[in-house]
Design a protein around this ligand. Structure first.
Ligand SMILES: [Zn+2]
Length: 459
């Protein structure tokens, strides 16, 4: 189709088309309206329009109608629908096996499933519907309430002749698409996440592309992975989604409080911790799911590397936040700070001491034995000395003030007294301690190897 200046598709250049096949695609640059045309393009590019005789006007009307049936919620809006659909498109493009394993009808089904998978979501989750005994919960007997509703809404739209992109399918094919789409959308119920994963592992262990049940499992996994794929995107694209989700959670929990309904702590603005929540979600849910999908679709490995990058960001922010809270607790003890000038040695490698240091202001460097190699830099809010204080191990590095610093120096017993009643803070210090000891062991190992190589070389 030739693009004209008033063609709403004119923005879909070759560059956009190329980018659309990768998780790097930055959908924040595109309006909801443009996303409709991008999905339409994906349909055409996959050959569905010809293969299933989908009339272009009907496809366009279907997609616009879908768009208008997503709400302006912070997270479960049409942009989320677009992201999920586009990630599915990336998976299909990245993995040759998908084309080999799945029939065109199955590929059409997964695409339709992602498009309709959160239709008419009002920003309230299944728990809310069940606890508030909403009409939807009554309609669906508390079973995957929203997922049933999204799916039914999607098929109701498809029932309209002007939206029915499936109108030229035989009854048999229509029933097959309907069955697959329903299975995929119902799979997105997070309440089923863990049980589905164990079933998926069993399928992967003996995957047989001839087996229709196995192929349906693959469809379901592709849709589930796509549904929780924000962390597969570049940090600047994924980051706003995390805030949007919290905003939606907080709005729900505020409402639950007013209505006297139970509130989940991770949704409560007074208890939830964005960074720690993201780390837990990625480590326990998102990454394992993608890793298990990658066992069947090894080309997903680079997607997992991106997840690891984003996880590292979240861990860093989580640790920074926890350090700040910890510093605040220590500051409340009103211990006087000690000033250090740039270049002062604060901690000397090999010394034995049970003192811990909390950096109120300034920057320090972690230096090697030679005092010139810089292993790390730490800024305001960081703490150090915990290895000596908690493990009784001689100092494993030199700490040198890089700038003027103000530091709270606290003995081990005082730290424990201050943190009495804050088991999370103590655990945090212990975790950092373990992490740093592991780093130290690796450095020593590397140094020994280097020394060995030198001797070998000299010998
Ligand atoms: Zn979703």
């Amino acid at each position: 189709m030739a693009a004209t200046s008033d063609d709403p598709r004119a923005f879909i250049t070759d560059e956009v088309k190329e980018s659309l096949t990768t998780p790097d695609f930055d959908m924040w640059h595109y309006s909801r309206e443009q996303c409709v045309y991008l999905i339409e393009y994906m349909f055409r590019e996959q050959g569905f329009v010809e293969a299933f005789q989908i009339e272009e006007e009907i496809l366009e009307t279907f997609l616009h109608t879908v768009r208008h049936n997503y709400h302006e919620t912070p997270f479960h809006n049409f942009h989320h629908c677009f992201c999920v659909t586009q990630m599915l498109y990336c998976i299909i493009h990245a993995c040759d096996e998908v084309e080999f394993f799945l029939t065109p009808l199955e590929r059409l089904s997964v695409m339709v499933a992602t498009i309709i998978h959160d239709l008419d979501h009002r920003g309230l989750n299944n728990n809310y519907h069940i606890n508030s005994r909403s009409d939807l919960a009554i309609n669906y007997n508390d079973q995957s309430v929203l997922e049933n509703h999204h799916c039914a809404t999607g098929f109701r739209i498809l029932q309209r002749p002007r939206c029915n992109i499936l109108q030229h399918l035989s009854l048999e094919d229509y029933k097959f698409v309907r069955k697959t789409v329903i299975a995929c959308v119902l799979s997105t119920d997070m309440g089923k996440h863990f049980s589905q994963r164990s079933q998926w592992r069993a399928v992967v262990a003996e995957f047989n592309p001839e087996d229709a049940t196995h192929r349906e499992w693959l469809c379901r996994m592709m849709v589930c992975c796509s549904d929780i794929s924000n962390e597969v995107r570049p940090w600047w694209v994924s980051r706003p989604w995390a805030t949007n989700l919290m905003e939606e959670f907080f709005a729900q929990s505020d409402r639950e409080k007013i209505e006297g309904l139970p509130v989940m702590s991770f949704m409560d603005r007074d208890q939830a911790q964005l960074e720690a929540g993201q780390v837990g979600f990625i480590e326990n849910i998102l990454r394992p799911l993608w890793q298990e999908a990658a066992e069947l679709l090894p080309e997903l490995q680079p997607f997992i590397e991106r997840i690891n990058e984003n996880l590292a960001h979240w861990v860093m922010f989580m640790q920074h936040k926890r350090s700040q809270i910890l510093l605040h607790v220590v500051e409340e003890s009103h211990k006087p700070g000690i000033s250090f000038n740039a270049g002062d040695v604060i901690v000397r490698m090999g010394e034995i001491s049970s003192k811990m240091y909390f950096l109120r202001a300034g920057t320090v460097e972690v230096r090697a034995e030679d005092m010139t190699t810089v292993w790390d830099t730490m800024g305001q809010g960081a703490f150090f000395g915990e290895v000596g204080a908690f493990k009784g191990i001689p100092r494993t590095a030199n700490i040198v003030a890089k700038t003027q610093c103000e530091i709270l120096v606290v003995g081990r017993d005082d730290v424990l007294e201050l943190l009495d009643g804050y088991p999370n803070h103590v655990r945090f210090i212990e975790d950092i301690c373990t992490e740093r000891l592991e780093k130290h062991a690796k450095r020593q190992e590397a140094a020994e190897l280097a020394e060995h190589d030198l001797i070998e070389f000299a010998g």
